[in-house]
Design a protein around this ligand. Structure first.
Ligand code: FE2
Ligand code: FE2
Length: 211
């Protein structure tokens, strides 16, 4: 993408700061920074990763009622498989704000924003970078996060799968249903456990390749 988008971040910041809670705003900055670092490590476009990271939660309104109204106001259609998963609706709104309000036209960036809460069976390198940066940026805290960050720098598909597994454990422990896109992603990115991944050189590992 044209690096000119980076110059427009000064327009995005005040809008994000106003629309998001402070914690969510700081999280967005963390995702932007870690996504940019992963992009540099894995040969992805830095400006694309920065834009997708910064804007991935820009539609995360405070209440589900506000979010529902915003979806209606923007004329967005919630995909049928998302109907019972209100937690992922903000990704749809975020992608629309990025496109309509912030002028992001690159479908790769918009798609990375859309799939960031769930993942999907076919993840591009940028999709995985945003997913992982969202899950492991510096303000996040959970057991195993350091290993996940190391794995994200070494092996994107393996780290994506591991992050999905951790997320799945968290969701099922809460008695919630796993989103069908996450189920498809788990099936598509099956592979060896984390200990094996961290102890073997990258070329001996197997798993789905970035689309
Ligand atoms: Fe999100
Ligand atoms: Fe997020």
């Amino acid at each position: 993408m044209d690096n000119q988008v980076l110059l427009r971040f000064e327009e995005f910041y005040p809008v994000l700061r106003q629309n998001l809670k402070r914690k969510r705003f700081l999280h967005s900055l963390g995702v932007m920074h870690f996504a940019t670092a992963l992009a540099a490590r894995h040969g992805e476009d830095l400006a694309d990763a920065a834009a997708a990271g910064l804007l991935h939660d820009c539609g995360r309104l405070e209440t589900m009622e506000e979010l529902g109204l915003e979806i209606h106001r923007r004329g967005l259609a919630v995909p049928p498989e998302d109907h019972e998963f209100q937690k992922v609706w903000h990704a749809l709104v975020s992608a629309d704000i990025a496109a309509v309000d912030f002028g992001i036209t690159d479908e790769r960036i918009l798609r990375a924003i859309r799939v960031h809460p769930t993942g999907d069976a076919h993840m591009s390198r940028l999709d995985m970078i945003v997913f992982l940066a969202d899950y492991t940026e510096p303000t996040r805290r959970f057991e195993g996060i350091k290993e996940l960050r190391i794995l994200a720098e070494r092996d994107l598909p393996a780290a994506f799968r591991r992050a999905l597994e951790v997320k799945t454990q968290y969701i099922t422990a809460q008695g919630r249903t796993l989103h069908p896109r996450s189920r498809r992603a788990l099936a598509a990115y099956a592979g060896p456990p984390l200990e094996v991944l961290l102890s073997s050189p990258p070329e001996t590992r197997h798993g789905a390749s970035p689309a």
